[in-house]
Design a protein around this ligand. Structure first.
Ligand SMILES: Nc1ncnc2c1ncn2[C@@H]1O[C@H](COP(=O)(O)OP(=O)(O)OP(=O)(O)O)[C@@H](O)[C@H]1O
Ligand SMILES: [Mg+2]
Length: 403
């Protein structure tokens, strides 16, 4: 059982800052996923938690004990590597027993704990085999079992599924999530795969260039990405993002961009450059001439179908709107072909706005004092009088909310 607190963790390699003042609290029992593109500092951060790499500055605590200077073997954390790091000349049983022998655990206890760990990941029938006689998935389970036998305070995993084929990865993903529920232990899991993050995490820390871009539940990151980066990184196919400007027309907040018509909320705003975002599954497609397709509060994009991709369960329709490409995910029953003139529509609750210069999410607040108002719902904010919606009410959301 462990609560991990990272406080202002910075790691430099020469002039290069690999992690930049990262503060993060991982609650006991959380499945925290460190997510982000290659090179963003995930492994560096995990290695510092494990004690395999020293931070340049900052501190790490486990359950209020400062462990920043404690060597790895004294941290009581188990690490599972991408490469599994099994001893090739030892049987599965001996691989599992190794960390316990190293701690001079009594023989009978080693036997019980090895068997229990092997059973929990269903490799108890493989105990006599050598690693080379196992499949990738089985090796991966041995690596997890070897972490389990130690009964550590927390499990640290660095892309443990990346060597598995797609089918096995899906199955092992479920097993790991089930194991986490069963053990109730703290997991810190590194991946660049947003599907792994979305399916397993209780909390995600999205990293970008050594900093935390956004921290929250998978739902929070998906439904309210805090920046253009987060919006583009989470979701497949990715959120459509178009450059536009925001202005006020007839007491309503509207959007200007080629091919874009959007009337969002009643109110007023200073003109500003923005990025408007809509997920592919939130756009509905209509034939080009259909005026009823344009929502009274929402966005309508006028364009031309460029390409239709059949994914089996659904289709992706790629369209050209102005100079941008916009993807719609829609049922295959809808018949679209290249060259069709179309209107793509989404209600205001599905529209995301970002400040173009900073990339940060913009929240619509009908009443600047009312923290709850948001673009995602609340009719009151749309219907509110212009006077209560001062320009300042369209505020950049706060930086990454980190516990
Ligand atoms: N020992 C080192 N010396 C110099 N630079 C390093 C060292 N270790 C990591 N880096 C740099 O720090 C940055 C972060 O590396 P890190 O391995 O943490 O990335 P990552 O997010 O795990 O990426 P990936 O998804 O590719 O594994 C990279 O730019 C990397 O080149
Ligand atoms: Mg890495």
């Amino acid at each position: 059982m462990a609560r991990l607190v990272l406080d202002q963790i910075t790691r430099e390699f020469g002039d290069f800052v690999a992690t930049d003042r990262i503060s993060l609290t991982i609650e006991d029992g959380d499945f925290l996923v460190l997510l982000g593109p290659s090179g963003c500092g995930k492994t560096t951060l995990l290695r510092m938690i494990a004690g395999l790499l020293e931070p340049t500055s900052g501190s790490i605590r486990i359950d209020d004990e400062d462990i920043t200077a404690l060597p790895a073997r004294k941290r009581d954390l188990a690490m599972v590597f991408q490469s599994y790091a099994l001893y090739p000349h030892l049987s599965v049983e001996k691989n599992l027993a190794f960390p316990l022998k190293a701690r001079r655990t009594p023989k009978a206890e080693i036997e019980t704990r090895v068997r229990a760990a092997a059973e929990s990941v269903e490799i108890d029938h493989l105990l006599d085999r050598k690693p080379k006689e196992l499949s990738g998935g089985q090796r991966q389970r041995v690596a997890v079992a070897r972490a389990l036998v130690r009964e550590p305070k927390a499990f640290l995993m660095d892309e443990p599924l990346s060597n598995l084929d797609a089918k096995l990865r899906t199955a092992t993903r479920r097993e790991l999530a089930a194991l986490h529920r069963k053990l109730g232990a703290t997991f810190v899991y590194v991946t660049h795969d947003q599907i792994e993050a979305m399916t397993m995490a209780t909390r995600i820390a999205l990293l970008n260039g050594g900093r935390i871009e956004q921290y929250g539940t998978p739902e929070e990151l998906y439904d309210a990405p805090s920046s253009v980066f987060a919006a583009g990184f989470i979701g497949s196919p990715a959120m459509n993002l178009l450059n536009a400007s925001l202005t006020t027309t007839d007491g309503k907040i509207t959007v200007l961009a080629p091919g874009v018509e959007a009337v969002l909320w009643e109110g007023a705003t200073a003109e500003r450059d923005i990025v408007i975002g809509v997920r592919p599954e939130h756009l509905s497609m209509h034939a080009g001439g259909a005026p009823e397709a344009v929502p009274t509060a929402g966005v309508a994009l006028r364009g031309t179908v460029d390409l239709v991709e059949n994914l089996g369960r659904e289709q992706l329709v790629h369209c050209i709107v102005g100079e941008d490409r916009v993807t719609v995910s829609c049922p295959r029953e809808e018949r679209w072909s290249a060259g069709d003139l179309v209107v793509l529509a989404a209600p205001v609750a599905r529209v995301h706005l970002f400040d173009r210069a900073s990339g940060r999410r913009l929240e619509w607040r009908a009443d600047a004092a009312d923290d709850a108002a948001a673009p995602n719902g609340a009719d009151a904010s749309i219907a509110s009088p212009v006077s209560s919606a001062a320009p300042a009410a369209l505020a950049a959301s706060a930086g990454p909310a980190v516990r």
